[in-house]
Design a protein around this ligand. Structure first.
Ligand SMILES: Nc1ncnc2c1ncn2[C@@H]1O[C@H](COP(=O)(O)OP(=O)(O)OP(=O)(O)O)[C@@H](O)[C@H]1O
Ligand SMILES: [Mg+2]
Length: 234
């Protein structure tokens, strides 16, 4: 396959279980999904259906009991924990429900830290942080601490941080849930626009309508299966 057609994120026959008393309960099984470069896929589903678990498995934070996560063409099932961490650092950016910023660090320092964790060349880190802060309209906020930022600004810093080092995959778990509807719309649009502009494969799980309005594809996780979500309310 040529690199241009390899999807940055490919889930193949993916399963997940969770402990349930002494047993393991199957959350989902046989999930197949390709997310193309620049494509925004939004997954909805009832609370407890396994959306966050799906994202954790796709983000190589949890090893699936069955199936395979292929990131930028690289199969990960047989990698060690360290190997999976390396792939995650190189290829995957993650955005959380509340931005999960570190209290004592300025907006720019949050991005610089991400750059160091991702082992970006030292001299690129500052320039890339400034470029991303500018792209996300945070240029004049770069010296502020999280407590000095609004909720929408914090979430934008979280998105900028996730994009440090040019990941090929962007994962977001309820990225707009802690925002009021107007800000939720802005942040969802920004996520989708940046993913498309950078050719990043974006997988967003949500309860919220806002990300759905900017989706290229809507899937619904229900009964352990990922199905077409067209017409399903979030
Ligand atoms: N580490 C764990 N141990 C035991 N049960 C777990 C664990 N992680 C998740 N679960 C259970 O797995 C199910 C799916 O959880 P998950 O967080 O993936 O759902 P979700 O679809 O993201 O829900 P929500 O919409 O409420 O965020 C839930 O029933 C949850 O209680
Ligand atoms: Mg969840």
């Amino acid at each position: 396959m040529s690199p241009t057609t390899t999807p940055p994120l490919s889930l193949r026959g993916l399963g997940a279980t969770v402990p349930d008393g002494r047993e393991e309960r199957v959350l989902f099984d046989g999930v197949d999904l390709d997310v193309a470069a620049g494509e925004v896929v939004v997954v909805t589903g009832p609370s407890g259906s396994g959306k966050s678990t799906l994202l954790a498995v796709a983000g190589l934070l949890r090893r699936p009991p069955t199936g395979e996560v292929v990131v930028a063409g690289q199969p990960t099932a047989s990698l060690s924990r360290r190997g999976r961490t390396a792939v995650r650092r190189q290829q995957i950016g993650i955005v959380y429900q509340s931005a999960n910023l570190l209290g004592p660090l300025t907006a720019r320092e949050q991005l610089e830290l991400a750059g160091r964790i991702r082992r970006m060349p030292r001299r690129q880190i500052g320039a890339e942080a400034d470029r991303l802060l500018g792209d996300l309209a945070l240029g004049d906020r770069s010296g502020q601490l999280p407590a000095e930022l609004s909720g929408g600004e914090r979430q934008r810093v979280g998105i900028a941080r996730a994009l440090m080092g040019d990941p090929s995959v962007l994962l977001a778990d309820e990225p707009t849930a802690s925002l009021d509807p107007a800000l939720a719309g802005e942040v969802a649009e920004l996520l989708a626009t940046e993913a498309r502009r950078r050719g990043v494969a974006a997988l967003i799980v949500t309860h919220d309508d806002a990300p759905l309005r900017h989706a290229d594809r809507h899937l619904h996780l229900v009964g352990g299966q990922l199905v077409d979500g067209t017409g399903v309310a979030s």
